[in-house]
Design a binder for this molecule. Structure first.
Ligand code: ASP
Length: 322
Protein backbone atom coordinates (compact mmCIF):
# COMPACT_ATOMS: atom_id res chain seq x y z
CA UNK A 1 0.00 0.00 0.00
CA UNK A 2 0.88 3.61 -0.20
CA UNK A 3 3.69 4.64 2.09
CA UNK A 4 2.99 7.83 4.04
CA UNK A 5 6.67 8.69 3.97
CA UNK A 6 6.54 9.19 0.21
CA UNK A 7 3.54 11.50 0.51
CA UNK A 8 5.53 13.54 2.99
CA UNK A 9 8.43 13.56 0.65
CA UNK A 10 6.39 14.70 -2.34
CA UNK A 11 4.60 17.34 -0.31
CA UNK A 12 8.02 18.52 0.71
CA UNK A 13 8.97 18.64 -2.93
CA UNK A 14 6.23 21.16 -3.62
CA UNK A 15 7.10 23.08 -0.49
CA UNK A 16 10.59 23.90 -1.57
CA UNK A 17 13.65 22.48 -3.11
CA UNK A 18 15.84 22.22 0.02
CA UNK A 19 13.14 20.42 2.01
CA UNK A 20 12.34 18.27 -0.98
CA UNK A 21 15.94 17.30 -1.44
CA UNK A 22 16.39 16.10 2.08
CA UNK A 23 13.05 14.26 2.06
CA UNK A 24 13.58 12.65 -1.34
CA UNK A 25 17.12 11.62 -0.66
CA UNK A 26 15.76 8.70 1.38
CA UNK A 27 13.56 7.39 -1.47
CA UNK A 28 14.43 5.73 -4.71
CA UNK A 29 12.32 6.37 -7.80
CA UNK A 30 12.84 3.81 -10.58
CA UNK A 31 11.66 4.27 -14.16
CA UNK A 32 11.24 0.95 -15.94
CA UNK A 33 12.26 1.12 -19.61
CA UNK A 34 10.49 -1.91 -21.09
CA UNK A 35 12.99 -2.23 -23.98
CA UNK A 36 16.72 -2.88 -24.33
CA UNK A 37 19.35 -0.27 -23.48
CA UNK A 38 20.37 2.15 -26.22
CA UNK A 39 16.99 2.35 -28.00
CA UNK A 40 14.57 5.29 -28.04
CA UNK A 41 12.63 4.32 -24.91
CA UNK A 42 15.80 3.78 -22.89
CA UNK A 43 17.41 6.96 -24.22
CA UNK A 44 14.40 9.15 -23.43
CA UNK A 45 13.82 7.49 -20.04
CA UNK A 46 17.45 8.18 -19.11
CA UNK A 47 17.15 11.84 -20.15
CA UNK A 48 13.98 12.30 -18.09
CA UNK A 49 15.58 10.48 -15.15
CA UNK A 50 18.61 12.75 -15.44
CA UNK A 51 16.40 15.84 -15.33
CA UNK A 52 14.41 14.48 -12.37
CA UNK A 53 17.65 13.65 -10.55
CA UNK A 54 18.81 17.24 -10.97
CA UNK A 55 15.75 18.38 -9.02
CA UNK A 56 16.25 15.84 -6.25
CA UNK A 57 19.21 14.85 -4.17
CA UNK A 58 18.90 11.21 -5.20
CA UNK A 59 19.48 9.70 -8.60
CA UNK A 60 16.32 8.49 -10.35
CA UNK A 61 17.21 5.07 -11.72
CA UNK A 62 16.28 3.51 -15.05
CA UNK A 63 15.83 -0.26 -15.10
CA UNK A 64 15.61 -2.05 -18.45
CA UNK A 65 13.05 -4.85 -18.26
CA UNK A 66 12.86 -5.80 -21.92
CA UNK A 67 11.00 -8.44 -23.88
CA UNK A 68 7.69 -9.34 -25.51
CA UNK A 69 7.10 -5.93 -27.08
CA UNK A 70 7.43 -4.06 -23.79
CA UNK A 71 4.78 -6.16 -22.08
CA UNK A 72 7.11 -7.72 -19.49
CA UNK A 73 8.27 -4.38 -18.09
CA UNK A 74 4.80 -2.85 -18.32
CA UNK A 75 3.25 -5.80 -16.48
CA UNK A 76 5.89 -5.49 -13.75
CA UNK A 77 4.94 -1.86 -13.17
CA UNK A 78 1.19 -2.56 -13.34
CA UNK A 79 1.73 -4.93 -10.39
CA UNK A 80 4.20 -2.75 -8.47
CA UNK A 81 3.45 -0.97 -5.21
CA UNK A 82 1.28 2.07 -6.12
CA UNK A 83 3.38 4.52 -4.15
CA UNK A 84 5.00 6.59 -6.88
CA UNK A 85 8.41 4.95 -6.63
CA UNK A 86 8.02 2.67 -9.69
CA UNK A 87 7.03 4.10 -13.06
CA UNK A 88 7.05 2.79 -16.62
CA UNK A 89 8.18 4.69 -19.69
CA UNK A 90 5.38 3.57 -22.01
CA UNK A 91 4.46 4.57 -25.53
CA UNK A 92 2.04 4.11 -28.43
CA UNK A 93 3.06 0.44 -28.48
CA UNK A 94 2.83 -0.61 -24.85
CA UNK A 95 -0.23 1.53 -24.08
CA UNK A 96 -2.25 1.42 -27.33
CA UNK A 97 -1.14 -0.86 -30.19
CA UNK A 98 -0.50 -3.83 -27.91
CA UNK A 99 -4.21 -3.89 -27.10
CA UNK A 100 -4.86 -4.76 -30.73
CA UNK A 101 -1.82 -6.90 -31.44
CA UNK A 102 -1.92 -9.28 -28.49
CA UNK A 103 -4.74 -11.78 -28.23
CA UNK A 104 -4.35 -11.70 -24.47
CA UNK A 105 -2.41 -8.76 -23.08
CA UNK A 106 -1.24 -9.42 -19.50
CA UNK A 107 -2.25 -5.90 -18.41
CA UNK A 108 -4.95 -3.41 -19.27
CA UNK A 109 -3.26 -0.27 -20.64
CA UNK A 110 -6.29 1.86 -19.77
CA UNK A 111 -7.19 0.60 -16.32
CA UNK A 112 -4.05 -0.84 -14.72
CA UNK A 113 -2.12 2.46 -14.62
CA UNK A 114 -2.35 6.04 -13.41
CA UNK A 115 -1.13 8.27 -16.26
CA UNK A 116 1.56 10.66 -15.01
CA UNK A 117 2.78 12.74 -17.97
CA UNK A 118 2.94 12.75 -21.73
CA UNK A 119 6.64 13.25 -22.44
CA UNK A 120 7.21 13.63 -26.17
CA UNK A 121 5.94 12.79 -29.59
CA UNK A 122 8.67 11.50 -31.89
CA UNK A 123 8.58 11.03 -35.67
CA UNK A 124 9.48 7.73 -37.26
CA UNK A 125 11.82 7.42 -40.23
CA UNK A 126 12.06 4.33 -42.40
CA UNK A 127 15.70 3.46 -43.02
CA UNK A 128 17.43 0.61 -44.85
CA UNK A 129 20.77 -1.09 -44.51
CA UNK A 130 23.41 0.59 -46.66
CA UNK A 131 23.84 -2.64 -48.59
CA UNK A 132 20.28 -2.56 -50.01
CA UNK A 133 20.59 -1.23 -53.59
CA UNK A 134 17.84 1.39 -53.46
CA UNK A 135 18.35 5.13 -53.89
CA UNK A 136 15.07 6.48 -52.60
CA UNK A 137 11.66 5.59 -51.23
CA UNK A 138 10.18 4.84 -54.67
CA UNK A 139 13.01 2.40 -55.37
CA UNK A 140 12.53 0.80 -51.96
CA UNK A 141 8.80 0.43 -52.53
CA UNK A 142 9.41 -1.29 -55.86
CA UNK A 143 11.81 -3.78 -54.24
CA UNK A 144 9.54 -4.31 -51.20
CA UNK A 145 6.60 -5.35 -53.36
CA UNK A 146 8.58 -7.98 -55.26
CA UNK A 147 11.21 -9.21 -52.79
CA UNK A 148 10.66 -10.73 -49.32
CA UNK A 149 12.60 -8.15 -47.29
CA UNK A 150 12.94 -8.31 -43.51
CA UNK A 151 12.36 -5.53 -40.99
CA UNK A 152 13.47 -5.45 -37.38
CA UNK A 153 11.51 -4.04 -34.47
CA UNK A 154 11.46 -3.89 -30.69
CA UNK A 155 9.07 -6.84 -30.58
CA UNK A 156 5.50 -7.70 -31.41
CA UNK A 157 3.25 -4.79 -30.54
CA UNK A 158 6.08 -2.29 -30.15
CA UNK A 159 5.93 1.13 -31.74
CA UNK A 160 8.57 0.20 -34.30
CA UNK A 161 6.55 -2.91 -35.20
CA UNK A 162 3.34 -0.92 -35.57
CA UNK A 163 5.04 1.63 -37.85
CA UNK A 164 6.65 -0.95 -40.15
CA UNK A 165 3.58 -3.16 -40.36
CA UNK A 166 1.46 -0.15 -41.36
CA UNK A 167 4.04 0.72 -44.00
CA UNK A 168 4.29 -2.85 -45.31
CA UNK A 169 0.50 -3.14 -45.49
CA UNK A 170 0.19 0.22 -47.31
CA UNK A 171 2.88 -0.78 -49.83
CA UNK A 172 1.37 -4.27 -50.26
CA UNK A 173 4.90 -5.33 -49.39
CA UNK A 174 6.19 -8.85 -48.88
CA UNK A 175 8.32 -8.02 -45.85
CA UNK A 176 8.47 -10.20 -42.77
CA UNK A 177 9.02 -9.15 -39.20
CA UNK A 178 12.07 -9.98 -37.07
CA UNK A 179 11.35 -9.09 -33.41
CA UNK A 180 14.12 -8.04 -31.00
CA UNK A 181 14.07 -7.00 -27.34
CA UNK A 182 14.63 -3.41 -28.38
CA UNK A 183 15.36 -1.27 -31.41
CA UNK A 184 19.02 -0.94 -30.42
CA UNK A 185 19.47 -4.68 -31.07
CA UNK A 186 17.61 -4.48 -34.38
CA UNK A 187 19.81 -1.52 -35.31
CA UNK A 188 22.98 -3.58 -34.77
CA UNK A 189 21.65 -6.18 -37.21
CA UNK A 190 20.59 -3.51 -39.69
CA UNK A 191 24.06 -2.00 -39.68
CA UNK A 192 25.70 -5.41 -40.14
CA UNK A 193 23.25 -6.16 -42.98
CA UNK A 194 21.34 -9.05 -41.39
CA UNK A 195 17.96 -7.32 -41.76
CA UNK A 196 16.85 -4.96 -44.53
CA UNK A 197 14.99 -2.09 -42.95
CA UNK A 198 13.69 -0.52 -39.76
CA UNK A 199 11.11 2.07 -38.71
CA UNK A 200 12.74 3.92 -35.84
CA UNK A 201 12.10 7.02 -33.78
CA UNK A 202 14.38 9.90 -34.74
CA UNK A 203 15.78 10.35 -31.21
CA UNK A 204 18.02 7.34 -31.75
CA UNK A 205 17.98 7.06 -35.55
CA UNK A 206 19.33 10.52 -36.44
CA UNK A 207 22.82 9.87 -34.98
CA UNK A 208 23.06 6.68 -37.11
CA UNK A 209 21.92 8.61 -40.19
CA UNK A 210 24.43 11.37 -39.53
CA UNK A 211 27.15 8.78 -39.02
CA UNK A 212 26.28 7.17 -42.36
CA UNK A 213 25.67 3.69 -40.95
CA UNK A 214 22.10 3.40 -42.33
CA UNK A 215 20.22 4.98 -45.25
CA UNK A 216 17.12 7.08 -44.42
CA UNK A 217 14.31 6.97 -46.99
CA UNK A 218 11.23 8.79 -45.72
CA UNK A 219 9.48 10.36 -42.73
CA UNK A 220 6.41 8.43 -41.57
CA UNK A 221 4.42 11.44 -40.33
CA UNK A 222 2.89 14.12 -42.53
CA UNK A 223 5.45 16.86 -42.15
CA UNK A 224 9.08 16.89 -43.19
CA UNK A 225 11.71 17.25 -40.51
CA UNK A 226 13.94 20.25 -39.96
CA UNK A 227 16.72 17.85 -38.93
CA UNK A 228 16.53 15.88 -42.22
CA UNK A 229 15.29 18.51 -44.69
CA UNK A 230 15.96 16.44 -47.82
CA UNK A 231 13.85 13.54 -46.65
CA UNK A 232 10.34 13.30 -48.19
CA UNK A 233 7.37 11.95 -46.26
CA UNK A 234 5.92 8.52 -47.01
CA UNK A 235 2.53 10.26 -47.39
CA UNK A 236 3.83 12.61 -50.10
CA UNK A 237 5.53 9.66 -51.76
CA UNK A 238 2.21 8.07 -52.69
CA UNK A 239 1.00 6.45 -49.46
CA UNK A 240 -1.12 9.14 -47.74
CA UNK A 241 -2.54 6.63 -45.26
CA UNK A 242 0.86 6.28 -43.57
CA UNK A 243 0.83 8.85 -40.79
CA UNK A 244 2.20 7.63 -37.47
CA UNK A 245 4.29 9.15 -34.69
CA UNK A 246 5.43 7.61 -31.44
CA UNK A 247 4.06 9.29 -28.34
CA UNK A 248 5.91 8.46 -25.14
CA UNK A 249 4.59 8.83 -21.62
CA UNK A 250 5.16 7.95 -17.97
CA UNK A 251 2.68 5.78 -16.07
CA UNK A 252 2.42 4.74 -12.40
CA UNK A 253 0.58 1.66 -11.12
CA UNK A 254 -3.18 1.96 -10.68
CA UNK A 255 -4.06 3.18 -7.20
CA UNK A 256 -1.15 5.60 -6.90
CA UNK A 257 -2.71 8.49 -4.94
CA UNK A 258 -3.57 11.56 -6.99
CA UNK A 259 -1.41 13.95 -4.92
CA UNK A 260 1.57 11.69 -5.63
CA UNK A 261 0.75 11.61 -9.36
CA UNK A 262 0.46 15.41 -9.39
CA UNK A 263 3.80 15.82 -7.66
CA UNK A 264 5.43 13.42 -10.09
CA UNK A 265 3.93 15.41 -12.98
CA UNK A 266 5.42 18.60 -11.54
CA UNK A 267 8.78 16.87 -11.20
CA UNK A 268 8.67 15.62 -14.80
CA UNK A 269 7.74 19.10 -15.99
CA UNK A 270 10.78 20.47 -14.21
CA UNK A 271 12.93 17.69 -15.62
CA UNK A 272 11.86 18.50 -19.18
CA UNK A 273 12.76 22.14 -18.60
CA UNK A 274 16.38 21.27 -17.76
CA UNK A 275 18.24 22.75 -20.77
CA UNK A 276 20.48 19.74 -21.46
CA UNK A 277 17.50 17.36 -21.32
CA UNK A 278 15.24 19.51 -23.46
CA UNK A 279 17.84 20.35 -26.08
CA UNK A 280 18.93 16.72 -26.49
CA UNK A 281 15.30 15.65 -27.04
CA UNK A 282 14.42 18.49 -29.40
CA UNK A 283 17.70 18.23 -31.33
CA UNK A 284 16.77 14.71 -32.42
CA UNK A 285 13.20 15.47 -33.43
CA UNK A 286 11.11 14.97 -30.28
CA UNK A 287 8.23 17.38 -29.77
CA UNK A 288 7.48 18.12 -26.12
CA UNK A 289 3.75 18.77 -25.68
CA UNK A 290 2.19 21.84 -24.12
CA UNK A 291 1.39 21.53 -20.40
CA UNK A 292 -2.35 21.00 -20.93
CA UNK A 293 -1.77 18.06 -23.27
CA UNK A 294 0.87 16.53 -21.00
CA UNK A 295 -1.19 16.46 -17.78
CA UNK A 296 -2.40 13.19 -16.21
CA UNK A 297 -6.07 13.63 -17.18
CA UNK A 298 -5.20 14.63 -20.74
CA UNK A 299 -2.90 11.61 -20.99
CA UNK A 300 -5.68 9.32 -19.75
CA UNK A 301 -8.00 10.64 -22.49
CA UNK A 302 -5.18 10.36 -25.04
CA UNK A 303 -4.54 6.68 -24.19
CA UNK A 304 -8.25 5.85 -24.57
CA UNK A 305 -8.45 7.69 -27.89
CA UNK A 306 -5.30 6.02 -29.19
CA UNK A 307 -6.56 2.54 -28.27
CA UNK A 308 -9.82 3.28 -30.07
CA UNK A 309 -7.87 4.59 -33.06
CA UNK A 310 -5.27 1.84 -33.47
CA UNK A 311 -7.04 -1.36 -32.42
CA UNK A 312 -9.48 -1.34 -35.39
CA UNK A 313 -6.67 -0.40 -37.83
CA UNK A 314 -4.55 -3.30 -36.55
CA UNK A 315 -7.48 -5.74 -36.58
CA UNK A 316 -8.40 -4.66 -40.14
CA UNK A 317 -4.82 -5.29 -41.18
CA UNK A 318 -5.35 -8.82 -39.83
CA UNK A 319 -2.28 -8.75 -37.62
CA UNK A 320 -2.07 -10.41 -34.20
CA UNK A 321 0.85 -11.42 -32.02
CA UNK A 322 1.92 -14.99 -32.60
N1 ASP B 1 10.27 2.03 -27.83
C1 ASP B 1 10.73 1.42 -29.02
C2 ASP B 1 9.58 0.84 -29.79
O1 ASP B 1 8.52 0.68 -29.26
C3 ASP B 1 11.68 0.34 -28.79
C4 ASP B 1 12.93 0.64 -28.06
O2 ASP B 1 13.02 1.63 -27.35
O3 ASP B 1 13.83 -0.16 -28.19
O4 ASP B 1 9.75 0.46 -30.90
Amino acid sequence: MFKPSLVALLVALSAGSAAAQSALSSKQITIVAPFAAGGPTDTMARLVALGMSEKLSTRVLVENIAGAGGTIGSTRVAKAEPDGTTLVFGNIGTHAANAGLFKKLPYDPEHDFEPVALIASVPFVVATKNQLPVADFAGFRAVATTTPLTYGSAGIGSASHLACLLLNAAMHGKASHVPYRGVALAMNDLISGQIDFICDQTVTLIPHITGGSVRPLAVMSRTQLAQLPNLPTVAASGLPEVDVEAWNALFAPKGTPRPVVDQLFALVEEALAVPTVRSRLVEFGAVIPARDAAQPDALRAHVSAEIRKWVPIIRNAGVTAE
